[in-house]
Ligand binder design. Structure first.
Ligand code: OSB
Ligand code: MG
Length: 377
């Protein structure tokens, strides 16, 4: 496409309830959205196109090194200028974005947001959905939910019960040292051993905790997600060899290369794929393809996305290798008012958007209320 303008919108959305992980408690989401306007050449002429992408970095650099203000800065001062410079002599396409931005070290979430906004615009030009473009084979995907750390076991059981009443296909609970075995035991005692259940530690443990973590083996969990540090791929392999619960990596998988390393070392029986963490939906598809070829299950992670990021995640999760339910819940799980038409799961499933591109766009009247900053690049 030819890019005419890139706009960065920062929005602030209150959460319906605080979301606590081993690394923070969040009561709102500050999200950075990329809007790309330009033109796209088709067989019948040149069309105006518009695309949207969501940057999944959080307010603070606690999940990974990226954070909203840093992402906005690197897009404004490095990434967007690199794309605009390139198109002064060569056409920029979504499939060349990661190569064009390759000289900037890191910042995968910022790069991913630009790539998906350009891809959304191009797919609008071609009248093709993201799901179809990526190679999706399903028209709906299972909808599962991530439950934050609660103040007490009774509150946890209430929340889980509420989500089960809503029909979610699987429950994931966040764990940390001191909130680990007992919450899992309580859920099993209340809801039974057949409920699809998994845990996510967000890197809060070390190998010294192996004897404790092994106690999770008796609870028939689908998987344990990222118990150890981001850089600890070898330690995860060691821990995996000592546990029967399947080992799943999130933070440690930053590229197709790290996915291949983790799989070959025995550190990942399962991979949580988040497009932002790996630099975009194209790299995410690569990891899917690699894992599928090697018989490793993948599922689609979430980062409290607004409807823009959620729409794209649903398309990704419709690929055939996504054999476990993803952290793809209804918009209402986090937001009373989403910036797009809300996504609503029904019967534990979410319909895959069929419209062109990601199949969702911000509602101007909501954007007017929640926008805190706009930059025109
Ligand atoms: O580790 O999967 C994670 C949210 C923010 C940062 C990291 C994680 C999460 C979640 C939420 O678990 C998943 C969702 O968006 O539903
Ligand atoms: Mg995780």
């Amino acid at each position: 496409m030819h890019i005419e303008e890139i706009r960065l919108h920062t929005v602030r959305l209150p959460l319906v309830a605080p979301f606590t992980t081993s690394f923070s408690t969040q009561t709102e989401r500050n999200a950075l959205l990329v809007e790309v306007r330009g033109t796209f050449r088709t067989a019948d002429g040149v069309r105006d196109v518009l695309g949207w992408g969501e940057c999944v970095s959080g307010s603070d650099p606690f999940y990974s090194s990226e954070y909203v203000d840093g992402s906005r800065h690197v897009i404004e001062h490095y990434l967007a200028p690199a794309l605009l410079e390139r198109q002064s002599h060569t056409e920029v396409t979504a499939e060349t974005v990661s190569e064009i931005l390759g000289h900037v070290v890191g910042h995968p979430m910022a790069k991913a947001a630009l790539e998906i906004a350009i891809l959304d615009a191009e797919l609008h030009g071609r009248g093709e959905s993201l799901a179809r473009y990526l190679g999706a084979t399903r028209t709906s995907v299972p909808s599962a939910v991530s439950v934050g750390i609660q103040d007490s076991i009774p509150e946890l059981l209430d929340r889980v019960g509420g989500y089960l009443d809503e029909g979610y296909a699987r429950i994931k609970i966040k764990i940390k040292p001191g909130w680990d075995i007992e919450p899992v035991r309580a859920i099993r005692e209340r809801f039974g051993y057949r409920l699809p259940l998994q845990v996510d530690a967000n890197a809060a443990f070390t190998l010294v905790d192996a004897p404790l973590l092994r106690r999770l083996d008796e609870f028939n969990l689908l998987l344990i997600e990222q118990p150890l540090g981001e850089a600890d791929i070898r330690q995860h392999a060691k821990l995996a060899a000592e546990m029967s619960t399947p080992m799943c990596l999130d933070e440690s998988i930053v590229s197709a290369e790290s996915a291949a390393d983790a799989i070959s070392l025995g550190a990942a029986a399962v991979i949580n794929i988040k497009a932002g963490r790996v630099g975009g939906y194209l790299e995410a598809r690569k990891i899917h393809d690699l894992a599928r070829a090697l018989g490793v299950a993948v599922w689609c992670g979430g980062m409290l996305e607004t409807g823009i990021g959620r729409a794209a995640n649903i398309a990704l999760a419709a690929l055939p290798g996504f054999t476990l339910p993803g952290d793809i819940s209804s918009s209402s799980r986090f937001y009373a008012t989403d910036i797009t038409e809300p996504f609503v799961a029904s019967g534990g499933r979410m319909q895959v958007p069929t419209g062109p591109g990601i199949g969702a766009e911000p509602l101007p009247e909501v954007m007017r209320e929640v926008t805190t900053d706009v930059r025109v690049l």
